[in-house]
Design a protein around this ligand. Structure first.
Ligand SMILES: NC(=O)c1ccc[n+]([C@@H]2O[C@H](COP(=O)([O-])OP(=O)(O)OC[C@H]3O[C@@H](n4cnc5c(N)ncnc54)[C@H](O)[C@@H]3O)[C@@H](O)[C@H]2O)c1
Length: 435
């Protein structure tokens, strides 16, 4: 099968590389020439464990090609995957679908034989119907088929998630195209991966509902953590006790800063906006968004409290600034709220992240990148462990800091309070009594 992935970001590049590794010829297209040139030079434009090797292997085998020429790439392909961004519109909760529709317009001029057009991007209910309408303006309906195949991979685990997904969802009302796509995924399905064939609209909603549910789980346990802090309970005991119930499950019951990233914040807003359009009130998801937004303020107040409201001139070190470990993605990371607020109050913020310097803080007064954990921690008054990278799991603070008044705020509950306090440091975490 000849495949074309349009949009060579986290989803398009990972799925393109994985599909090529399964023996397909794949053209990865992006309008950003810089990204395509980097890929041709063997450079991966973002951090994703294992991706460089996979891309290199298949590029060398000539099963993976990179191009900026959308029209020609579509013409050469049997199946076209749309993997472009679907951000939130600037004014409100609705999804900005302009990248999707721009791509579809270009595809509509390139249908030279029967093509399956697959939406991998996360799109609201009935976007597939809209795509079909646009394509029909220039093409007979028998020349193409529009399928929804939402992607569930997680950044940092993307290759594993693509290769061993919990499920593959195909949304199509048409047997022939579903059969072809099912065949494309057969190497995974035959290993035992669940495959669901459903209507196109249902597939679109499955993706949003899944993300909204996961965001709800995180927000739920974060609120329970607030209660634990006031009632002498350790939230981890609650997570374990709840998670052992198979109806609940233990994943996504870990406390921390507000959820962020490229998906949960925008997808929770999007499902609400779609529901509003269909005159349905998703009150649970609305309160999840509100609670998550409030959490930034709550965490910030906790930092002020830890510093006895004396933030000015305090030296604060952030360990990890991405929204989660094993990615360089800064989209909607809690740090984008916390660091500017602390800098505005006169703190000097140093940060270290295993994925390096972040342009997001470039113009911020008193905020600087340090090239190691040691450089970031030494001379600090407060260390905030923001992201759960393995690099931060066994730090010997005694070796790194001469400041015996050092305070550690562990937002991921990595450390044992007794171990850190026995070294003479003050220690705070989330949802733990007295700490
Ligand atoms: N990032 C994730 O973890 C993840 C997981 C599952 C689903 N999704 C969904 O997948 C979609 C893509 O997400 P992403 O994180 O990969 O986005 P991204 O922003 O990393 O990449 C999108 C790419 O599309 C390119 N693009 C935009 N318009 C184009 C055009 N006209 N022609 C060619 N290329 C074009 C951009 O240059 C960019 O490189 C979104 O809908 C997202 O919600 C993302």
């Amino acid at each position: 099968m000849r495949l074309c992935m349009i949009g060579t970001g986290y989803v398009g590049l990972v799925s393109g590389a994985c599909f090529s590794d399964l023996g397909n010829e794949v053209i990865c297209v992006d309008k950003n020439e810089n990204i395509i040139n980097k890929l041709k030079d063997g450079e991966i434009p973002f951090y994703e464990p294992g991706l460089k090797e996979l891309v290199f292997k298949n590029y060398k085998n000539k099963r993976l090609i990179f191009s900026t020429d959308l029209k020609n790439s579509v013409k050469k392909s049997d199946i076209v995957f749309i993997c472009v961004g679907t951000p939130t519109k600037k004014d409100g909760n609705a999804v900005d679908l302009s990248q999707i529709f721009n791509v579809v317009k270009e595809i509509s001029f390139s249908i030279n034989k029967f093509k399956i057009i697959v939406t991998k991007s996360t799109v609201p209910i009935a976007t597939g119907d809209e795509i079909e309408k646009i394509l029909s303006k220039k093409n007979n309906k028998s020349r193409f088929s529009v399928i929804s195949n939402p992607e569930f991979l997680r950044e940092g685990e993307a290759i594993r998630d693509f290769t061993y997904p919990d499920r593959i969802v195909l949304g199509s009302n048409e047997k022939k195209s579903s059969f072809i796509l099912k065949n494309l995924y057969l190497p995974l399905i035959s290993k035992g991966v669940h495959y669901i064939n459903t209507s196109r609209r249902a597939a679109e909603l499955i993706k949003y509902s899944s993300n909204a549910f996961l965001a709800t789980k995180i927000t739920f346990i974060n609120e329970i953590a607030n209660l634990c802090e006031k009632t002498g309970i350790n939230v981890e005991d609650v997570s374990i006790g709840m998670g052992l119930d198979k109806r609940i499950g233990s994943r996504f019951l870990r406390v921390g800063p507000p959820y962020g990233g490229s998906c949960f914040p925008k997808d929770t807003k999007a499902i609400i906006s779609t529901a509003d359009k269909f005159k349905t009130n998703l009150s649970v998801i609305k309160s999840v968004i509100k609670s998550n937004e409030n959490r930034s303020k709550l965490i910030l107040n906790k930092i002020f409290q830890i510093l006895n409201n004396k933030v000015k001139n305090k030296k604060i070190s952030f360990l990890g600034v991405t929204f989660k470990a094993n990615t360089d993605d800064m989209r909607d990371s809690a740090c984008l709220t916390l660091i500017p607020a602390l800098s505005k109050k006169g703190a000097f913020v140093k940060y270290f992240d295993p994925t390096g310097y972040k342009k997001e803080f470039k113009k911020m007064k008193n905020v600087s990148f340090e090239s190691s954990i040691k450089k970031s921690v030494e001379n600090s008054d407060l260390v905030i462990i923001h992201t759960e990278w393995n690099d931060f799991k066994s730090i010997n603070f005694k070796n790194l800091s001469k400041n015996n008044k050092l305070i550690i705020y562990d937002m991921r509950n990595i450390y044992s309070p007794s171990k850190i306090t026995s070294q003479g440091f003050k220690y705070f975490s989330i949802g733990r009594w007295k700490y």
